[in-house]
Design a protein around this ligand. Structure first.
Ligand code: 87F
Length: 499
């Protein structure tokens, strides 16, 4: 053990004892408690005095901004324009169509202003189809008005009743909602997949969370639409699937309800084809669940933290200067870098603190490093430490961050893949479910059969349902039977418990 290492150990102990910053739960032993502790200690979330509402601290909002900037730039390339519709919804508009029916209990209402009751209560948007589409009807008249592609970044409120959880199940969340209208189904179909691919990139390339692209079953799709596609992640620790973002083809259902009708090139009346798509701050839980420890290098608020390691009689000022120079150099090269120059915390305390926050790479600069014109780099994901000469710091840091991102993704994918089990019979299915697996099974694709599976698997842990039918379908040999009904199977589908 070097003097530095013992300083680190001291720092860790001191931190846990004095500030309570250390984690008291283990991810593999008490997942729920671990999750609650991690989101607070990493300074992502602060709890709030209204159940299901959370303060998103800068550490979270920076991740959100990074995802926002990427996605917003991509959809602008697709000629999607930004808009903003009001937060408040008149009851007539909200209740206008039956698609809302099943969701009604989740809608929050404003009933008072000051002391007086409002004449008519006003709803807070849970989603904006019924808010926006009356205006689509007004704006879309001829084929030259199409395609109409709008997106808004906003907050929505859904008054969830099941156990609220930071990110995954919060009652207010931020999202983008895209609503597009086309003259033809072909264009709508193509856009559904283009958007889904961007969602895959957010999860896999930014958050390093592996996802499966696929189509939802009739039972699990957005009831108001024609079909729903999604990216699905899986949390090995809880054995639950989690729907990432969704990209829906609404078909002509809403066009019919809201009379979104245009005159086509032949001078005939035609109904528009519509899509809607969204991803939200609920997505960020992926960064907590799969990555802590080790927030992905692409989405992380701070990619590199620089920590000075002053020692005894060494010249502290020149160490601090070297830290500032390093920050400057790496910032200029385009990295998100900070130095922790606080003099009221030990280096060890700082290591633990930034580890907790998931910063993927730490640079330590002490007197020996200074003398050798180098820095010490420590990886968050595998604890490896290497000396990097100052001369080619930028290149080395870039390579290391790339490598960390790749290994985080590969590790998460290996862990996810180890949870996938193929089940061809009911017995195999039940056994795999008991082992908290994500189950790939041949299915007859009948709604009644999915309902039946739900009923038959009901229990303390929750019933199994379809997660998606993957676009990437394994071969389905002629004569393969459905695991649940024994009828001829039409496709492979993923099944499991989910959030
Ligand atoms: C809750 C209350 C009221 C979901 C709700 O996925 C209405 C709804 O319509 C509701 N929860 N939904 C479905 C939302 C579908 C759709 N909206 C636009 C999306 C993507 C973006």
């Amino acid at each position: 053990m070097t003097p530095f290492d013992s300083l680190v150990e001291m720092g860790k102990k001191e931190m846990k004892k004095e500030t309570g910053l250390g984690l008291s739960y283990k991810k593999d032993e008490n997942f729920g408690e671990w999750y609650s502790e991690v989101v607070v200690n990493s300074e992502m979330i602060e709890y709030y005095d209204i159940s299901g509402c959370y303060i998103l601290r800068p550490w979270t909002m920076t991740i959100w901004e990074i995802m926002h900037d990427f996605f917003d730039a991509e959809i602008k390339k697709m000629k999607v324009k930004t808009c903003y519709f009001p937060l408040f919804v008149s009851p007539g508009v909200l209740q206008r169509k039956d698609h809302i029916e099943g969701f009604a209990p989740e809608v929050a209402w404003v009933t008072k202003s000051g002391e007086s009751e409002l004449d008519i209560p006003i709803a807070i948007r849970p989603t904006s189809e019924t808010v926006m589409y009356p205006y689509y009807s007004k704006w879309i008249r001829g084929h030259r008005d199409l395609p109409l592609k709008l997106n808004q970044w906003c907050n929505v409120v859904r008054w969830e009743f099941s156990h609220p959880t930071p990110f995954i199940r919060s009652r207010e969340f931020l999202w983008q909602e895209g609503h597009t209208a086309f003259a033809t189904k072909t264009e709508a179909d193509a856009e559904v997949l283009d958007i889904l691919e961007l969602y895959r990139q957010i999860y896999e390339d930014y958050l390093a969370v592996p996802v499966i692209k696929g189509k939802k079953s009739e039972l699990e799709k957005f009831a108001g639409g024609l079909y729903t596609t999604s990216v699905e992640a899986f949390i090995p620790n809880t054995g639950r699937g989690i729907q990432g973002a969704t990209s829906h083809c609404l078909g002509q259902n809403f066009a019919e309800m809201f009379e979104i009708i245009f005159e086509n090139e032949k001078g005939e009346k035609a109904m528009a084809w519509q899509n809607s798509w969204a991803y939200s701050t609920r997505t960020i839980d992926g960064s907590v669940l799969s990555l802590m420890p080790g927030v992905a290098t692409q989405s992380g608020t701070v990619q590199v933290i620089v920590v000075p390691v002053p020692f005894k009689d060494a010249d502290t000022q020149s160490i601090l200067d070297a830290c500032s120079d390093t920050v400057k150099k790496l910032t200029e090269a385009g990295f998100r870098v900070e130095a922790d120059l606080r003099d009221n915390y030990s280096p060890g305390w700082k290591y633990s603190h930034w580890e907790m926050k998931g910063v993927p790479l730490r640079i330590e600069i002490g007197p020996k490093d200074l003398a050798k014109n180098q820095v010490r780099a420590a990886r968050r994901d595998n604890s490896a430490k290497v000396d990097l000469p100052m001369a080619n710091l930028v290149e080395q840091v870039r390579d290391m961050l790339d490598d960390i991102q790749k290994s985080l993704f590969n590790a998460a994918k290996e862990k996810r893949d180890a949870c996938i089990k193929v089940a061809k019979t009911w017995d195999e299915f039940v056994e795999a479910l008991g082992q908290k697996k994500m189950i790939l099974a041949p299915w007859c694709d009948e709604e009644e059969v999915e309902k039946d599976v739900k009923t038959r698997t009901k229990g303390e842990m929750g019933a199994a349902k379809t997660l998606c039918s993957p676009f990437d379908q394994p071969e389905l040999p002629e004569g393969t039977l459905c695991f649940a009904s024994g009828k001829p199977a039409k496709k492979w589908s993923y099944w499991g418990r989910s959030y």
